[in-house]
Design a protein around this ligand. Structure first.
Ligand code: CS2
Length: 491
């Protein structure tokens, strides 16, 4: 039996399975979500499902995939129902989410997406399109006017491809119809994600219609938000296990951990769900949370991913079980990242992160985290390095992690197993790691990628020499021994 509205009705109550206790047919399309990946389905959609369950039917979600049809193909036959499987060492809880009411595939029918966004009942357009979906330069956060999707959307604003193109066109339609703008809610791991999105939307709009840009500037709202939940990719084993527990087949359940956090700046252009009643935190200022999360969690996640994958580990829990790596990551947070942050409770936060990494049930693949390093490392590690350098403070572990990335980009681990490099800049990055065996030349080739490193870091002698030394040490002794040597020196 396939998961569906009628299957739910016949399933009855199961222990460890929560199902929607509201009339799904009554939901109106209040949110359009761009980027219908596993992260959204395991994070924001769960909060929205909770807000609906408390009686507010305005917040059905229209989910949009900007590229592939696979999510829509999986979810439409099951009435857009899907399961969130929450897992840790203690066991597993299933939560069938009912908030998603439609799944669209933008390239198949961009007009349907625009119509949903321009609908008077839509108040919020949220996004999880990953870092590269913003079509910006990660070092400067400026719009890349040479990005193929942006070039296309500027030439064809009424049939867009990019998230920015859809947002600007839909806002133009709303303005034309005398409607208020929707709130644009970025839920990606970018610094000041709302402010960054606002800058990009305004830059794009100004290239099409300066009056429209003025209207968005005056009336639009782009709250910042900090999102946090670890969501590994779903495997075939996960599908089989969920089907057995649920008593129905779900073509695309999503896997996650018990922890979930969403901190949202309370600045909306119109109505919003009462997410604060179901665990989200609505505040006046988000950036200090966001920065702490990007630097502490995502910064160490990426470090573990590159160093762990080069050693030959497959998952986060395997890598953090290596005492050398665990000590290194803990010391990196304590000595090099926390001093750059202003949030209280950092030692507790650090301990909580290490415990989350140890979750044995998630099997979170290091290669999943390793992808798109060029888009991630500026906000995860390089900003912290800049702050440390400016303060004249040591940042050896952070530089060691960048050296680990460069070693990872060679495309094979220390046992010689090869893996593909998934990154929009894969070619130039792989070339930097392989065109020479001399660490000085490798570092110079990597630092030439100004989209990642900006114009300042490549000219910083301390940064360049630290990176070169650590790469030389990793190449000569291997990651584990190079970490031991570094720790012996710094302690
Ligand atoms: C991870 C994040 O894949 C990655 O790059 O670092 O997706 C991470 O799991 C989430 O940000 C946790 O909130």
């Amino acid at each position: 039996m396939r998961l569906s509205n009628s299957a739910l009705a016949s399933m009855g109550a199961h222990q460890n399975v929560i199902t929607p206790q509201y009339e799904r047919q009554q939901l109106s399309p209040g949110i359009v979500h761009l980027g219908l990946g596993a992260f959204h389905r395991a994070h924001a959609a769960v909060y929205t499902d909770g807000a609906i369950a408390r009686g507010d039917q305005r917040w059905g979600i229209v989910g949009v995939s900007l590229r592939q049809a696979d999510t829509r193909d999986a979810l439409t036959p099951q009435d857009n129902l899907y399961t969130v499987a929450v897992r840790d060492a203690e066991g597993e809880q299933l939560h069938v989410v009912g908030a998603l009411i439609t799944s669209l595939v933008a390239p198949e029918n961009p007009q349907a997406v625009l119509a949903a966004m321009a609908d008077a009942r839509c108040h919020i357009v949220s996004l999880t399109v990953t870092e590269k979906g913003y079509c910006h330069d990660p070092a400067t956060r400026a719009l890349r006017v040479d990005h193929p999707d942006i070039v296309h959307d500027l030439a064809h604003p009424d049939a867009p491809r990019s998230a920015l193109g859809f947002i600007v066109r839909a806002l133009a339609l709303r303005r034309g119809a005398g409607l208020a703008p929707f709130t644009v809610l970025s839920c990606d791991n970018l610094p000041s994600n709302g402010l960054t999105t606002r800058g990009l939307v305004l830059a794009f709009a100004a290239m099409i219609d300066s009056e429209l840009a003025g209207w968005i500037d005056q009336q639009g709202a782009f709250p910042n938000s900090m999102v946090d939940r670890i969501v590994p990719n779903t495997t075939e084993d996960d599908r089989a296990r969920v089907a057995a527990m649920l008593g129905a087949d779900d073509a695309w359940p999503v896997m996650t951990e018990p922890f979930s956090q969403w901190v949202i700046e309370d600045r909306f252009a119109g109505a919003r769900p009462c997410w604060e009643e179901v665990g989200a935190t609505l505040v006046a200022e988000v950036e200090s949370y966001e920065n702490a999360k990007l630097r502490m969690l995502n910064g160490t996640h990426s470090s573990l991913a590159y160093l762990g994958a080069v050693i030959g580990y497959a998952t986060v829990d395997e890598a953090i079980a290596d005492a050398g790596l665990a000590n290194f990551i803990g010391a990196m947070m304590r000595d090099e990242i926390e001093p750059t942050l202003s949030r209280p409770g950092l030692p507790e936060y650090r301990a909580e992160l290490l415990a989350r990494y140890r979750n044995p049930a998630l099997k979170h693949k290091l290669q999943q985290i390793a992808m798109d390093g060029s888009q991630k490392l500026p906000q995860r590690l390089l900003g912290t390095i800049r702050d440390r350098l400016a303060a004249g403070a040591p940042c050896d572990r952070l530089c060691f992690a960048i050296a680990g990335w460069l070693r990872y980009l060679a495309g094979s681990d220390e046992a010689g197993n090869t893996y593909p490099i998934a990154d929009p800049l894969a070619e130039v990055l792989h070339a930097a790691a392989t065109s020479s065996t001399d660490p000085t030349a490798q570092v110079a080739a990597l630092l030439a990628v100004r989209d990642v490193f900006g114009d300042d870091l490549p000219g910083n002698p301390q940064f360049v020499s630290s990176l070169t030394q650590h790469l030389a040490s990793i190449s000569k002794y291997g990651v584990a021994a190079a970490i031991s040597a570094l720790e012996a020196k710094t302690s």
